[in-house]
Design a protein around this ligand. Structure first.
Ligand SMILES: Cc1ncc(C[n+]2csc(CCOP(=O)(O)OP(=O)(O)O)c2C)c(N)n1
Ligand SMILES: [Mg+2]
Length: 557
C-alpha cells in the first residue's frame, strides 16, 4: 500500500495552523508557491501585498494586535532583502514574527541559482533565530522551533529559509515531525525574583513621590489590568509610552502625559516598566540622580543598561506589578493617600502645559497648523479606533496631543523609527480586528514609501481612515538641515512634490479628499468614516512650523 505523502509547503501551513496563525502576508515568487497551496488546505488566509517590506511590517503589526506571532512569506533574493526592514523593525520593537524566505534548491547550493543570496547570514544579527530548513521531514519541526525562539526573553522575529527542493518535495507523512498545537512550547511568563518583589513593595510603601512609566511590554504582556490596579491601589501617577499608551484612559486621575520631565526630575521613586533606556528615555540621563530607580523588563539584557538602577526585576510586567501591589498593600498605611499633594502638583504642571498649547490646537490659520490637525484627530478617535502614526514631524506633533482611548490602540514603529509602517499596520489591524476602526496619520514622505499598498486595502476590502499631514517635505529632517546649512541649502534632498493624495486614493478605488481649511478637517474625517472604504484625507499643513521635539532634536541627544 502506498503511504500518504506531504510536501514541504503543506508542512509549513500545518505548523502555522498549530501556532494559531490565521493569515500570511506575502508577495509571490516561484520559490514559495507550495506554501500557498498548503494554506488553502489549512484555511489560512493569504494576503498578497505590493512590496515585501509591507508583508513583514504587517506580520509585525499582526503580532502586536493579536498577541500571536505574525507570519510573512517572501521569495528568495530580492523578496527577502525587501523584507529586511520589516524584520529589523520587529527586532527593535520586540515583536514576535516569523519571516519565511525562499531559497534556491539545495541541489544547486552555491552554484549561482536564480535569486540566491546568503539570507541566513544577513538575517542573523536582526533576529532571535535564523536558519535553513535542511530537509522536508523537518519543515514543520523547524517552523515550530522558530516560533519557540520568538519568545525567548523579550519577544522578537525569527527567520527561516526553505530551499526550493526541500519545500516542493513530498515525504511520507509518518516520516515528518509535525508538532501538535499547544504541545511544543511552554509559557515564558516569569514572576520575578520574590526577594526583589519584596524590596519593591518596601520602596512603594515608603516613597513620597513615586512615578511609573508603563512601556510597550505592558501591552506585550497584556498587563493592562495589573497596571491599572497597581497605580490605583498605590496611588502612583502613570506615564505611558509606545504600545503602553492607552493603558489608562485619558481623563483618568492617574493618567499623566505632559508633566513627565518634571515628574522624573522631582520623584523619589521611579519605576520603569518594559521600556529600555534608549534615546526615547535620554538613555536614562533624564531621571533624577537622587531618585530610587526600579526597572522591570522581560529581557535581562535591558535591565541596568546605559544607567545604573537601584533594583532590577526580570519577568512579566503583569505578574510583577500584581505581586508588588499585593505585597505593598499590607505595609503601606496611609502613604498612598498622602501622595495626593504629589499628584496635585503634577496635575498643575500638566494643566499648565496643556493650556499653553491650547490656542494652537484651535488655530484657524491657513495653511493649517499641525497642532489643529492632530487635535481634530484626537477628538475624532473613539474607544474602538486603533491609531497609527507613520511620519516625521507630523507624528511628533501627534505624540503630544493624540491620546488613544483604549489599551492596544496605539501603534508606532518603535525604536527603529521606520517610515513606511503605516499602511502595513493598518492592514494587519483591520484584518485582525474587523470590529475596530483604524486611523493612520501619515507624513507625506512616509506615505510615499509604501503607499501603493493602499491598493491592497481596497482589494481586500479593508476600510480605514488615512490622513496625510502634507507639507510637501521631509520636514523633520529639513529642520536640522536648515538650522545647520541655512534656508537654501537646508532644502537639498528633502523637498517633495505637491501631491494630491486624495486623488491617489480615488485612483486606486478608495475614498479621498483634499483639505485646506481647518474647519473642514472634522467633516472630511466623518465622510471618510461614512464611506466605508479605505480613504485618504490629504490635509495641507504649514511646512514652516515644527514640533518642539523636532526643534530640540531630542532624538539625537
Ligand atoms: C525608512 C526611513 N527613511 C528615512 C528616515 C529618516 N527620516 C526621519 S523623519 C523623516 C521625514 C519624514 O517626512 P514626512 O513623513 O513627510 O513627515 P514630516 O517630517 O514632513 O512631517 C525622514 C526622512 C526614517 N526614519 N526612516
Ligand atoms: Mg512631510
Amino acid at each position: 500500500m502506498m503511504s500518504e505523502t506531504i510536501s514541504g509547503g503543506h508542512l509549513v501551513a500545518k505548523a502555522l495552523k498549530a501556532e494559531g496563525v490565521e493569515v500570511i502576508y506575502t508577495l509571490c515568487g516561484g520559490h514559495i508557491i507550495d506554501i500557498y497551496d498548503g494554506c488553502v488546505d489549512e484555511g489560512i488566509e493569504v494576503i498578497d501585498v505590493r512590496h515585501e517590506q509591507v508583508a513583514a511590517h504587517a506580520a509585525d503589526g499582526y503580532a502586536r494586535i493579536t498577541g500571536k506571532p505574525g507570519c510573512a512569506v517572501v521569495t528568495a533574493g530580492p523578496g527577502t532583502t525587501d523584507a529586511v526592514t520589516g524584520v529589523a523593525n520587529a527586532f527593535r520593537a520586540e515583536s514576535p514574527m516569523l519571516l519565511i524566505g525562499g531559497q534556491g534548491a539545495l541541489s544547486q547550493h552555491k552554484m549561482g541559482s536564480l535569486q540566491d543570496l546568503p539570507h541566513v547570514d544577513m538575517m542573523t544579527p536582526i533576529t532571535k533565530f535564523a536558519a535553513t530548513v535542511p530537509s522536508t521531514e523537518r519543515v514543520a519541526d523547524i517552523v515550530s522551533m522558530a516560533f519557540r525562539e520568538c519568545y525567548h526573553g523579550a519577544p522578537g522575529p525569527s527567520f527561516l529559509e526553505i530551499p526550493r527542493d526541500v519545500l516542493d518535495a513530498k515525504v511520507p507523512l509518518e516520516k515528518a515531525r509535525i508538532p501538535e498545537a499547544g504541545r511544543y512550547r511552554a509559557s515564558t511568563r516569569q514572576a520575578g525574583d520574590p526577594e526583589a518583589i519584596e524590596r519593591l513593595a518596601d520602596l512603594l510603601a515608603h516613597a513620597e513621590k513615586p512615578a511609573i512609566l508603563l512601556g510597550s511590554q505592558v501591552w506585550t504582556c497584556r498587563a493592562t489590568d495589573a497596571a491599572i490596579d497597581f497605580v490605583r491601589a498605590l496611588n502612583v501617577p502613570a506615564y505611558m509610552n509606545g504600545s503602553g499608551r492607552g493603558t489608562l484612559p485619558p481623563g483618568d486621575p492617574h493618567h499623566f502625559q505632559l508633566s513627565r520631565r518634571y515628574a522624573f526630575t522631582e520623584a523619589d521613586l521611579i519605576i520603569i516598566v518594559g521600556t529600555p533606556f534608549d534615546f526615547r528615555m535620554g538613555y536614562g540621563k533624564r531621571l533624577s540622580p537622587t531618585a530610587t530607580v526600579v526597572q522591570i523588563d522581560l529581557d535581562y539584557r535591558t535591565v541596568g543598561k546605559n544607567r545604573d538602577i537601584d533594583l532590577g526585576i526580570v519577568g512579566d510586567a503583569g505578574l510583577i506589578l500584581s505581586a508588588a501591589a499585593q505585597a505593598a498593600s499590607g505595609r503601606i498605611g496611609d502613604a498612598a493617600a498622602k501622595r495626593k499633594s504629589w499628584l496635585d502638583e503634577l496635575r498643575a504642571v500638566e494643566t499648565q502645559a496643556y493650556e499653553k498649547r491650547l490656542p494652537r490646537q484651535f488655530s484657524d490659520a491657513q495653511p493649517i497648523d499641525p497642532y489643529r490637525l492632530v487635535h481634530e484627530i484626537n477628538e475624532f478617535l473613539t474607544e474602538d479606533t486603533i491609531y497609527i502614526g507613520d511620519g516625521g514631524d507630523i507624528v511628533t506633533f501627534s505624540g503630544q496631543v493624540v491620546q488613544p482611548k483604549s489599551p492596544g490602540h496605539w501603534m508606532d514603529p518603535g525604536p527603529l523609527g521606520t517610515l513606511g509602517v503605516g499602511m502595513a499596520f493598518a492592514m494587519a489591524a483591520k484584518q485582525a480586528r474587523r470590529d475596530k476602526e483604524v486611523l493612520c496619520l501619515f507624513g507625506d514622505g512616509a506615505f510615499s514609501l509604501t503607499g501603493w499598498d493602499f491598493e491592497t486595502m481596497v482589494r481586500f476590502d479593508l476600510p480605514f481612515i488615512g490622513v496625510v499631514g502634507n507639507n510637501s517635505s521631509m520636514n523633520q529632517i529639513r529642520y536640522g538641515q536648515a538650522a545647520k546649512y541655512g534656508e537654501e541649502r537646508g532644502r537639498v534632498g528633502n523637498t517633495l512634490g505637491d501631491i494630491r493624495y486624495g486623488d491617489f486614493a480615488k485612483l486606486l478605488g478608495g475614498y479621498g479628499e483634499e483639505v485646506r481649511d481647518p474647519a473642514e478637517i472634522r467633516p472630511a474625517l466623518e465622510r471618510a468614516r461614512q464611506s466605508g472604504k479605505p480613504s485618504l484625507i490629504n490635509v495641507w499643513v504649514d511646512p514652516e512650523v515644527y514640533a518642539p521635539g523636532t526643534m530640540n532634536q531630542t532624538m539625537y541627544k
